[in-house]
Design a protein around this ligand. Structure first.
Ligand code: ASP
Ligand code: MG
Length: 355
């Protein structure tokens, strides 16, 4: 089973959806293994749902304006991508999701005090819409895909807003489901449910985690995260000229530079130890430049190119190493404006070690 994750920008335009078609065609020429596409909400939708929830919690009717905006945004997009063939898609699906969202919001308006649990029940709607849109789009273009609600697979605790995945229950559900079902699916990223079936979210940007969890349990060859840039750059191009995309980077190095504030293009929580222990790589690729090889994140790399991580207070150049910098040290370095050099020595120089 191959797991492909598509972020908000990768599902929000005709261009990107046509590129997804090409990506799928490429797979289907090479293999008949089923595909699992994990998708984020359309660009900006989760933010808008967040605003709606804030307004609803204040009983501010202004929320209706934002709700209308989301509805218009989706229906305009559907009209654009289906170009007159909208009648072929099941409109009922979309109206019933909209009605469901409206109903939930109305109920919250009457509730004296709303909480994080209520918020999670609203924020996950973006992925439900987008996964249905992508499924219908692929079907209309001759690819048999089915919508799959991740609430059926991802079991979490009740830490609403940033729920932690219960690995053993999730593993069981995922394995059972895919033992019986071997079709192609479009899965909602970002959302899960408690054991009692109450919707939760995995934290903003959490769809990456949905993809790596599924990839790990299903022992996918790689998990490919399709985004809108050509992989991880060697440095921040605003500060350094001649940057280029790295071919490879280790999982530890990536986590370390993320602690210094670099944009690592993937949610750090998605860099699962289990995934790398199973030697499943994450590949970061560009939906708008399919041929570009992108950056491979792996357990071990012998590529010599490294990343320079820069922010206002510090520059980090990792020459080598497969060790983790603790959060405390990172805080200390940023706070004190430390200048640290760790010089790689060759074997002959070992006795003259300088740190
Ligand atoms: N749609 C959610 C967000 O914007 C989850 C994700 O994109 O990964 O945070
Ligand atoms: Mg998003």
């Amino acid at each position: 089973m191959n797991v492909l994750k598509f972020g908000g920008t990768s599902v929000s335009s005709i261009e990107s959806l046509s590129n997804i078609l090409n990506i799928i065609k490429n797979y289907q020429c090479r293999t008949n293994e089923p595909l699992l596409l994990v998708v984020s909400a359309l660009k900006g939708v989760t933010d808008n749902l967040n605003t709606i929830f804030r307004l609803v919690s204040r009983k501010d009717e202004e929320y209706l304006k934002h709700l209308e905006e989301i509805k218009q945004y989706h229906s305009r997009f559907i009209n654009d991508i289906f170009q007159g063939r909208e009648s072929l898609i099941s409109k009922n699906t979309f109206t019933s999701i909209e009605e469901n969202l409206e109903k939930c919001l109305k109920e919250l308006c009457f509730k004296e005090k709303v909480n994080k649990k209520d918020k999670d029940s609203i924020l996950g709607f973006g992925e439900i819409f987008s996964a249905h849109i992508v499924t219908e789009f692929l079907k209309l273009n001759g690819h048999e895909f089915f919508f799959l609600d991740s609430k059926k697979l991802i079991v979490t605790n009740n830490n609403y807003g940033n729920a932690k995945i219960n690995m053993s229950l999730t593993r069981k559900k995922v394995k059972d489901f895919f033992k019986k079902n071997t079709k192609n699916y479009v899965v909602t990223g970002y959302i899960g449910a408690t054991e009692e079936n109450i919707p939760t979210t995995l934290g903003r940007g959490g769809s990456d985690l949905t993809a790596t969890i599924l990839g790990s349990i299903l022992e996918s060859n790689t998990v490919i995260k399709w985004t809108d840039v050509n992989g991880i750059l060697t440095a921040d191009p605003r500060f350094i000229s001649n940057t280029y995309s790295l071919k490879e980077i280790t999982f530890n190095e990536l986590i370390n530079i993320s602690k210094f504030g670099s944009n690592i293009l993937i949610h750090p929580n998605a860099l699962l130890k289990e995934l790398f222990a199973k030697r499943i790589d994450i590949l970061i690729k560009n939906t708008f430049d399919i041929e570009f090889p992108g950056t491979r994140i792996r357990n071990y790399s012998d590529h010599s190119d490294k990343v320079i991580s820069i922010n206002e207070n510090s520059s980090i150049v990792l020459f080598e190493g497969n060790w983790m910098i603790s959060k405390e040290i990172v805080k200390e370095i940023l706070h004190q404006n430390f200048l640290i050099f760790r010089i790689k020595l060759n074997a002959l120089d070992q006795k003259n070690k300088i740190y």
